[in-house]
Design a protein around this ligand. Structure first.
Ligand SMILES: O=P(O)(O)O[C@H]1O[C@H](CO)[C@@H](O)[C@H]1O
Ligand SMILES: Nc1nc2[nH]cnc2c(=O)[nH]1
Length: 291
């Protein structure tokens, strides 16, 4: 039973509300937009102004990031004049956190007033036509971890967070994806902006050759170890979601070759593309209608 129902890790509605209230008490900002920065993508926080920065260790109940490339800070401020809360780094299941723990920051953002969540990640390119440095707008996902019962929505459902059986066929907001494509085109980024399907394995190991081939067969364009739990929680609590993955490396799908996936390459690619990602996110936020 314990493997699926890790109830002690599920913070109650009142507990999450307490975290949200304590964060709001530390800033005059009332964020409507949340942004999660993936591996090596924390520089997105540099474009946030009038900021209050709170390390995750100082937020009781928050999972703390333990991986290089994830600073582990909550940045609350303004981006293009819009009030935002940005997670500079995330926690992953492979760090030993039950998926229910990964729900905490997302639900906290919701209770702070966030309506739209932008999720970013680094991902290995599976699609043959992808190149390192491409930006993949996520159209849909395959929750492979979910096939093994690893899903943040497992456990007793509190209807105040969301419904017991949330649909996921429209997980990635069509209008915001269209905005991303239009802005990318306007900025001349379209040659390396793609739209595709993200698959999540728990990690922390990178895929075997045969696993990569399997992922390609089932329709995945890129693979990673995050994003899906956050998107499930955000959709469960009624947020609109936009997500994009930076293709930080290409998966190894040939046997007996010398190249290997590695986290250093993932972080390097993040650095190289950080300006483009900042510009794209800033342009989107400027146009976003946040009531
Ligand atoms: O998904 P993010 O956190 O961006 O990072 C991706 O990159 C790391 C592996 O290099 C893993 O954490 C994987 O999930
Ligand atoms: N699973 C997985 N996660 C990644 N994150 C960045 N690159 C990769 C990859 O190739 N595979």
């Amino acid at each position: 039973m314990r493997t699926l129902f890790i109830d002690r890790e599920v913070l109650s509605y009142d507990e999450v509300k307490k975290i949200a209230d304590s964060l709001l008490a530390q800033t005059p900002i009332r964020p409507k937009l949340g942004i999660i920065c993936g591996s090596g993508l924390g520089a997105l926080a540099d474009i946030v102004e009038d900021r209050t920065v709170i390390p995750y260790e100082k937020i009781p109940g928050f999972p703390v990031s333990t991986v290089p490339g994830h600073e582990g800070k909550l940045v609350i401020g303004k981006l293009k004049g819009k009030e935002v809360v940005l997670m500079q780094g995330r926690a992953h299941c492979y760090e030993g956190y039950p998926p229910q723990k990964i729900a905490v920051p997302v639900r906290t953002m919701k209770m702070m007033g966030v309506q739209i969540l932008f999720v970013t990640c680094a991902a290995g390119g599976i699609n043959d036509s992808y190149q390192v440095g491409d930006i993949m707008i996520i159209r849909d996902h395959i929750n492979l971890a979910g096939f093994a019962g690893i899903n943040p929505l497992v456990g007793m459902n509190d209807n105040r967070f969301g419904e017991r059986f949330p649909p996921m066929s429209d997980a990635y907001d069509r209008q915001i994806r269209a905005l991303a494509k239009a802005e990318a085109k306007r900025m001349g980024l379209d040659p390396f902006v793609r739209e595709g399907v993200y698959s999540m394995m728990v990690g922390p190991n990178f895929e075997t050759v045969t696993e990569c081939r399997l992922l390609r067969l089932v329709g995945a364009d890129a693979t990673g170890m995050s994003t899906v739990p956050e998107v499930l929680v955000a959709r469960h609590c009624g947020m609109r979601v936009f997500a994009m993955g930076l293709i930080s490396n290409l998966v190894i799908s040939e046997y007996d070759v010398d190249e290997k996936a590695n986290h250093e390459e993932v972080l390097e690619t993040g650095q190289k593309r950080s300006k483009d990602l900042q510009n794209l996110v800033a342009a989107m936020v400027e146009k976003l209608d946040l009531a």
